[in-house]
Design a protein around this ligand. Sequence first.
Ligand code: SIN
Ligand code: FE2
Length: 216
Amino acid sequence: MVETDLFDELLEPKRWSLADGTMLLCGFALQGEAVLLNDLKSVIAQSPLRHMVTSSGFAMSVAMTNCGKLGWVTDRKGYRYDALDPNTGAPWPVMPASFLALAAQAALEAGFADFVPDACLINQYKPGARMGLHQDKDERDFSQPIVSVSLGVPATFLLGGFERADKTVKIQLNHGDVIVWGGASRLRYHGVLPLKAGHHPAFGLCRINLTFRKAG
Ligand code: SIN
Ligand code: FE2
């Protein structure tokens, strides 16, 4: 029946295989969104967003914080994972159950079973903020995927190859979209173009990205 197909279409999030090991799950984070946003607020209240400095001394345009056992940090000494928030001196906020469940479900949907992240990097983009092309390679175990959740204002994600100079594909990431990359794609370069002006009812002019990793 046409009505049933239409109904299924509306309910079922769209999944797109972008490369071997890379999957885009459209709207995957929308279910349970209210709890997720509440938990996000609580994490940010404990460990506030801040502009970290790279080893070359430049402040990043993206404001960051973390939750989970390990947090990704950068300062004049370089990049690393740390169990303590350098700003508060305390452990990073505990990873909320809603975050863990979303990350595990998205990973499974993309073909990676039993994903248990110990780090969630929270990136806040305001208009003009960007993330240059890079690989996620500070983690111990590359058999574990990256699960990346987009919230708020849409952004253009760049999915590249295995060399910085390789061609990139542009992917629009909307509120609730999740992109997972692992397996043969685990070390692909990726980045985010400068955020364009926009508005989201819950996030205002911002985009928030949650990047889940098994770091330790
Ligand atoms: C990142 O690679 O750390 C962030 C990606 C994103 O904001 O979508
Ligand atoms: Fe990354």
